[in-house]
Write a new protein. Structure first.
Length: 156
């Protein structure tokens, strides 16, 4: 359970320093955590969370329709809106969901959002997080280097 302590500590410190991270920075955080977990050889993918989810909406089925999977506008054109982004990882043969404030067994929801079917690759998370124009400007992207250092500190 050491990994869970690391993730909880990371989330608490990031929230303390960047209380508005979930207002435009959740994908950045998910991307950085996913990359760190991948380096630890922990299977990890991105989850997309929305307020309302149509029953037939699925990340894996939308992906082939995209001209640019790194462009959130392309995803939204096909019905996938990034109201929130987190990670799903496998640890001790169980699936878990994680974002800066929540850690627990994988469920159909994360915080107050519905997790839609299908998953994003770590590469897709990275591409999406890099697009500053697509996210809420409430998150100050100048904090990304510090968040990277915190992820490294907790998940080295």
């Amino acid at each position: 359970m050491f990994l869970f302590d690391q993730l909880r500590g990371l989330g608490a410190e990031v929230m303390e320093e960047y209380p508005r991270i979930n207002q435009g920075g959740c994908c950045v955080f998910a991307s950085l955590v996913a990359q760190a977990l991948e380096r630890k050889e922990i299977p990890v993918r991105g989850i997309v969370c929305m307020f309302y989810v149509a029953k037939d909406l699925n990340v894996d089925e939308v992906r082939p329709k995209l001209a640019d999977p790194g462009n959130p506008a392309d995803w939204s054109y096909h019905g996938i809106y990034f109201n929130h982004v987190g990670v799903e990882f496998v640890y001790d043969h169980d699936d878990y969901h994680y974002d800066v404030e929540n850690l627990g067994h994988a469920r159909p929801s994360l915080d107050t959002y519905n997790v839609i079917d299908g998953r994003l690759s770590v590469q897709e998370l990275t591409w999406l997080a890099a697009r500053s124009e697509a996210w809420n400007s409430g998150f100050d992207r100048r904090g990304i280097p510090r968040i990277k250092r915190l992820v490294k500190k907790y998940l080295k």
